[in-house]
Design a protein around this ligand. Structure first.
Ligand SMILES: *Cc1c(COP(=O)(O)O)cnc(C)c1O
Length: 369
């Protein structure tokens, strides 16, 4: 049996008639940027999440960049970010000329809230937690620290659409929530897309200007903005995706439960979910000391896996100027060496899930370990 890591065609096929109706509606409308589809998606997404405002943008990376820019963060400022995250979270900081200050993860792969306070300096301007792999961070503790130090929180929710902490959606705990609608994400477009949530009307207006050359009225530029808009076609597709978000999250959770129940191999550590944190399982991360060997072994059995992520941001070549070296963030580095992501996606057939469980359980470990 061949098990691919993800199959977007299967997800597309599940909702094909709806997608096609929406796409044709936009194609026939003659209006492709900043129109009714975007307005309707923004309203629906804000409503769903329980936020006052939603601003659609071109992608998740731009959401992060513009969120920090709207807060006035730039050169000389520091932003606290987990040491184990996708590079985009950190690029959101450095694109604005600000400096990332890394905080090590806890055993749930998320920013360890007990280590946040010691990372705060007089230059700190924001805290940027990432709800990695689909699991909500300990937002109560992070919010408490932010309030105490009067710092805004920018949440990176790119992997966690629909995840909650103590029943409240991620993306609404902080000052601004940033989402990616990249096709594989829990709420994915059929192309690039992104969105921001906030309850602050001034920030919402600033974000609307920043995504559109710095103005909301054509040819009136109040601030220096850029071009980053969620187009009508993607906005129409995302309205459908939003209607099926809970269903998709439930589908992956069902697979995750099967993995958690079924996988039992002394060479492998299964992911843990924090009490009170909802996990929408964008990724199913396991740990294995002989990760590369396990990955090759699974591939021999035609199971395709990925590592999220093999090199932590502080050791990436692009950040050599920051002067970090191996050993600076040992927890992130351990995860980078040991993490392996098993296939988990909407439309994944049950027999493939069973095959993954059986094959992972049969993994004998590396002979000379
Ligand atoms: C995908 C992702 C992003 C970036 O989103 P894009 O839409 O690809 O630009 C940012 N942060 C995290 C954690 C992500 O997984």
């Amino acid at each position: 049996m061949r098990v691919v890591f993800a199959d977007l065609k299967r997800q597309y096929d599940s909702y094909a008639p709806e997608y096609e109706e929406a796409a044709l509606r936009v194609l026939h409308s003659g209006w492709y940027i900043l129109g009714n589809e975007l307005r309707e998606f923004e309203e629906a997404f804000a409503d769903f999440m329980g936020a006052k405002y939603c601003v659609g943008v071109g992608n998740g990376q731009d959401a992060l960049i513009l969120a920090l820019r709207a807060l006035g963060i730039g050169v000389g400022d520091e932003v606290i970010v987990p040491s184990n995250t996708y590079i985009a979270s950190v690029l959101g900081i450095t694109e604005n000329g600000a400096t990332p200050v890394f905080v090590e993860p806890d055993c749930f792969y998320n920013m360890d809230p007990t280590k946040v306070e010691e990372a705060i300096t007089p230059r700190t301007r924001a805290i940027l937690p990432v709800h990695l792999y689909g699991q909500a961070c300990q937002m109560e503790a992070i919010c408490q620290i932010a309030r105490k130090h009067d710092l805004p929180i920018v949440e990176d929710c790119a992997q966690a659409h629909g995840a909650t902490f103590h029943g409240t959606y991620v993306g609404t705990w902080g000052t601004i929530g940033c989402f990616s609608m990249y096709p594989t994400k829990p709420l994915g477009a059929l192309g690039d897309g992104g969105a921001l949530l906030t309850d602050d009307p001034d920030l919402a207006l600033r974000l609307q200007m920043l995504r559109n050359y710095g103005g909301v009225k054509k040819y009136i530029n109040q601030i220096e903005g850029r071009n980053s808009r969620l187009d009508e076609l993607q906005a129409a597709i995302l309205q459908i995706g939003l209607r099926h978000l809970d269903e998709g999250n439930a589908y992956r959770s069902h697979i995750a439960e099967a993995y958690l129940r079924g996988i039992c191999n002394p060479h492998i550590r299964l992911p843990k979910t924090r009490k009170g944190s909802c996990n929408v399982w964008h990724i199913f991360p396991i740990l294995c000391r002989t990760r590369d060997h396990l990955q090759a072994w699974l591939l021999e059995h035609e199971i395709y896996t990925l590592c999220h992520y093999p090199i932590p941001p502080h050791l990436q070549e692009c950040y050599r100027r920051l002067g970090y070296q191996e050993g600076d963030y040992p927890q992130a580095e351990t995860y980078a060496r040991q993490e392996l992501s098993l296939p988990i996606y909407v439309g994944m057939p049950e027999e493939e899930v069973t095959y993954v469980i059986e094959t992972v359980n049969a993994y004998p470990g590396e002979a000379n370990e």
